[in-house]
Design a protein around this ligand. Sequence first.
Ligand SMILES: *Cc1c(COP(=O)(O)O)cnc(C)c1O
Length: 223
Amino acid sequence: MSIESTIKDLVNTLPNSVELIAISKTHPAEAIQEAYNAGQRSFGENRPQELKRKWEELPKDIKWHMIGHLQTNKVRMIANFVDFIHSVDSQRVIELINSEAARVDRVINILFEIKIAQEDSKHGWNIDEFNTFVESGEWRKLKNVSIRGFMSVATYSDDQNQIEREFLTLNKLFLQHKETFGSNFDTLSMGMTSDYELAIECGSNMVRIGSLIFGNRDYNIKK
Ligand SMILES: *Cc1c(COP(=O)(O)O)cnc(C)c1O
């Protein structure tokens, strides 16, 4: 199926409450332009250099989402244009995003990446670690980030029950923290090509879909 028809199909089948982020990492600007022409405006990338290059080349009304682990020395590279950062996995990173956003007089939407998968290679907060950070109240000082919700990647597995358990764990944490963070806290980013339907059943309202739209990637990106 073409990029255009896949986008249109997805938009027709996803519930209205669910936002589609087209994950375009490794794919050329032309492929993104094709999705753009089909009406798609939100795209996700996982490498700061690639993200910046594509932002420079492509229409300026695209909303860019950073979904990959962010090294602290790369935050400045994207702070003047990135719309959402899904991969906030430490206090150091959120504080740095806040100060870089302040430098360019912006407010950047952020999601905390929570570790729900069994593989221990993945980045993100352990739930206990995250709760400790929340209790510290340190995040209240950060005026140039808008704390919007959580992002997570489930275990890569055929075991639907396990994936479902992980998604439900994140949804529960999301509901628990709604009151803490207030009305801006409205985004639960979970679900990719292989598991987005299950993620939506478990409460996701933002799905990150790459290969279904753009085809297989040439090389495997480390998660
Ligand atoms: C690559 C990636 C996706 C998209 O994965 P697909 O299986 O191609 O849909 C989603 N989320 C994250 C964090 C990714 O790195």
